[in-house]
Ligand binder design. Structure first.
Ligand code: CA
Length: 493
């Protein structure tokens, strides 16, 4: 079979509209991963004080998942699991500094590499946060950066290395810091101050945002960060323009690749701290700065969709919109979010937030749009863990993988096709930053015993707020979960 026939066979097998004689073009795939946006933050998930018309429009003609889970309640493990289809606790991936070694190894097949070897152009635009370089060869921000997105399947990458509250505050284009003046080299440390730039600790009078904890390192644009940096002055980003600049790169990529199939992982900085909206969005929402940066995120989604429409490729582009984990309203800065959020509830009335194993930590908005394939929009209430995105898209598009390459992933594609699909997994597993795990099955949610805390068991149907621990009252249910944990060697700690 040649590539096209194989593709056609794959799509027919998958039940995607493909009839004999009909020309089947590979769809483009864009995964839009927001940073710290919660279940209740989007209009079509109930937000009233934050307006997200562009995301709502995608949901209105696609599939809106009401029980979708991020793999983890923090960034790095969630992103690692989504890109590789493997549980992040297997590699002890937790929140990383920018100079941590690349967490994705030769044994991991990334979703980008899967698309690349199937004839797709592949790109990352936005947040990386999965490490750079290796333990033996630490990342050098002044030279060629080996061990980054280009090495694990992304042909093009324009990204910021860790988080927008961490140094170094620069973009990297492929394997070089963008716009770096060699005579002003970058130095980075997370242990001690480097260079002579003012810091939040020593020069609080220079700050526009007051740090709450751990964010009092080097000041960049009036905001002190986690860690210290010197140099790279002309290459530093501007927080107000960050969302717009990343959007620009994504739109450019679409224009340049409209005539070939592409896979783009678009990972904006919104709505992660420091929350800095551009002038256009400042004060726009009815939920303070918290809502402003989400409205700006929605605008970016809308602009990207417009660029697909102008390029004439919107109909045959799969768009996923989701978030890496839930937010924390007040975390590293006194940015007024907590004071001005009003009655808005980012957690959709669930217990927990970012870092948590409760529902509010990892249940996130998840929207799937593919206009030429989804003929009737619907809501999907079956649980979907988006660690399974790689296996699911592979199944939908007929991309082949070996068992080893599949990792921990499972094929959830039926959920994307039929509202009445059955569960595709025995249980859905999520984790916190430390690798503690929670499993969901049927009405039940089990949080495995962890350091300093025993196991917990909740009946989500009767107790959606996870207030009544039934682990002792329902020992047979707890036992069943423990048996799965033993059988599948989950969370080996
Ligand atoms: Ca995040």
């Amino acid at each position: 079979m040649n590539k096209r026939t194989k593709m056609l066979a794959g799509m027919m097998l998958a039940g995607v509209t493909a009839f004999a004689g009909e020309r089947v073009e590979k769809p483009n795939v864009i995964v839009i991963l927001a940073d710290d946006i919660g279940y209740g933050d989007i209009g079509c998930y109930g937000a009233e004080r934050i307006s997200t018309p562009n995301i709502d429009a995608l949901a209105g003609q696609g599939v809106r998942f009401t029980n979708a889970y991020a793999p983890a309640s923090t960034s790095s493990p969630s992103r690692y699991a989504m890109l590789t289809g493997r549980y992040a606790w297997r590699k002890n991936v937790g929140i990383l500094p920018a100079d941590a070694p690349l967490t994705i190894g030769d044994d991991d097949l990334t979703i980008a590499e899967l698309f690349r070897r199937n004839g797709y152009s592949t790109a990352l635009v936005g947040k990386w946060h999965l490490g750079l370089g290796s333990a033996e060869r630490r990342v050098d921000f002044n030279g060629k950066i080996a061990g980054g997105p280009n090495d694990i399947g992304f042909e093009y990458a324009y990204f910021f290395p860790a988080t927008n509250d961490r140094v170094p505050c620069v973009y990297i284009e492929n394997d070089r810091v963008a716009g770096l003046d060699k005579s002003d080299p970058i130095e980075v440390s997370y242990k001690h101050k480097v260079g002579s730039d003012p810091t939040g600790k020593e020069n609080p009078e220079m700050l526009t945002l007051k740090p709450v904890w751990g964010h009092d390192g080097t000041i960049v644009n009036g905001i002190s960060r986690i860690g210290w940096m010197s140099g790279g002055t002309g290459a530093r980003w501007n927080d107000e323009r960050m969302a717009g600049e990343l959007l620009e790169r994504a739109v450019e990529y679409v224009a340049e690749h409209k005539d070939e199939p592409f896979f783009m992982y678009y990972a904006p900085n919104n709505a992660h701290e420091p929350r800095v909206a551009s002038e256009r969005f400042r004060g726009k929402s009815a939920a303070g700065i918290y809502g402003d940066v989400i409205e700006e995120f929605d605008y970016c989604v809308g602009e990207l969709v417009s660029s697909l429409k102008s390029a004439g490729i919107y109909e045959n582009t799969i768009i996923i919109v989701t978030s890496d984990n839930a937010p924390m309203i007040k975390e590293g800065y006194d940015d007024g979010a907590f004071e001005n959020i009003g009655t808005h509830d980012p957690y959709g009335d669930m217990r927990g937030e970012k870092y948590s194993l409760y529902e509010g930590g990892s249940r996130v908005p998840f929207i799937y749009s593919w206009p030429s394939a989804v003929k009737a929009p619907f809501e999907q209430s079956r649980r979907f863990g988006f660690m399974d995105l790689k296996s699911t898209l592979a199944s939908m598009l007929g991309l082949e993988m070996t068992e080893a390459e599949t990792g921990d992933g499972a094929d959830g594609s039926m959920l994307f096709r039929r509202p009445d699909a059955e569960d595709y997994r025995e249980y859905i597993l999520t984790q916190n930053n430390g690798g503690d795990i929670a499993l969901r099955r049927g009405d039940w949610k089990y949080i495995a015993a962890r350091r300093g805390a025993g196991a917990e068991l909740y009946n989500l149907a009767k107790d959606p707020h996870e207030l009544h621990d039934l682990s002792l009252a329902c020992p047979e249910v707890s036992r069943e979960f423990r048996e799965w944990i033993r059988r599948d060697s989950l969370g080996v700690k």
